[in-house]
Design a protein around this ligand. Structure first.
Ligand SMILES: [Zn+2]
Length: 286
């Protein structure tokens, strides 16, 4: 196995709200686990710098200004001092992972906040800037012709869908629980494919939906795969009612790397205490 490239930055653990499931230990415990494991070697990398010009590929100028205003966005998505800069670090890590993915290096961006619920002009669902959408638009703007986002977070990436909808050269594929937060992603539209599983689906039924998403990816035949890797369809996750096990995330890693395309993966959700094991299983699959 080639060296795994992990992009992270301790500054992404410098904000939190009491009792919030999207907490710094998600990153800290995963870094610890990955440093202790002996199954593969890891090179630890830093985020790339990010310009406003790049952020504006996916967001409005008003949104970038709003992120600096000391006012909560919604109950799930509080304002934190400096959150605009921390969210930019996550975008920078995503851009670094794109660069490494294009160089055919196995890579994972281990950062917070997540991004897939952030729309052009709204922070929501623990997300402030949409790292994935920004990165895909940056790739399409610099030579990539066909890019796909494969989003296996248990929640629909409404922000990524809204930003990429009908953008030429890309496809958005999501597999998620419905009914569930944020209530979108109930049907295919334009270049977006949504596969849903009701709360309490069996592992086998959820895997069938994942397979449908993988088939769409295969048919689209992209030259870049961006993976929104959320680990909250796990059986012990407090924010969903699904039953995936660590080996399902290992299987997903194998399936996605099996396309043998330039690829990068970003951490989205995943709120159980077993998150480090789930990420490790996925990385082993890659
Ligand atoms: Zn999620």
């Amino acid at each position: 196995m080639k060296d795994m490239h992990l992009i992270t930055d301790p500054r992404c653990t410098q904000y939190h709200s009491q009792g919030h499931p999207e907490r710094p230990s998600r990153i800290q415990t995963t870094v610890k686990k990955l440093k202790e494991q002996k199954e593969f070697s890891i090179s630890w990398e830093k985020p790339d710098p990010v310009s406003d010009e790049i952020l504006l590929r996916a967001h409005t100028a008003d949104h970038l200004t709003r992120l600096k205003k000391a006012e909560d966005f919604d109950g799930d998505t509080p304002f934190h001092s400096g959150i605009d800069k921390i969210a930019q670090l996550a975008v920078g890590a995503s851009l670094a992972s794109l660069r490494m993915g294009q160089d055919r290096k196995p890579v994972f961006s281990l950062m917070r906040p997540p991004g897939h619920h952030a729309t052009q002009d709204r922070a929501m669902g623990f997300c402030y800037l949409n790292s994935m959408a920004i990165t895909i638009l940056e790739a399409l703007g610099s030579g990539t012709e066909k890019a796909v986002v494969f989003d296996f977070d248990v929640h629909h990436g409404n922000g990524t869908e809204a930003i990429l909808l009908d953008k030429p050269g890309c496809m958005y594929i999501s597999i998620h629980q419905y009914p569930g937060y944020p209530g979108t992603g109930t049907r295919h539209q334009g270049n977006c494919r949504n596969f849903t599983a009701p709360p309490g689906s069996s592992r086998a039924a959820y895997r069938e939906e994942l397979k449908k998403g993988l088939e769409e990816l295969h048919k689209f035949n992209p030259d870049l795969i961006g993976v929104s890797a959320g680990f909250d369809a796990y059986t012990k996750d407090p924010l969903s009612q699904q039953q995936l096990e660590a080996e399902d995330f290992h299987w997903l890693g194998e399936q996605l790397s099996g396309f043998k395309k330039p690829m990068f993966s970003l951490l989205e959700g995943g709120y159980s205490d077993d998150l480090p094991d789930l990420i490790l299983a996925y990385l082993k699959g890659l």
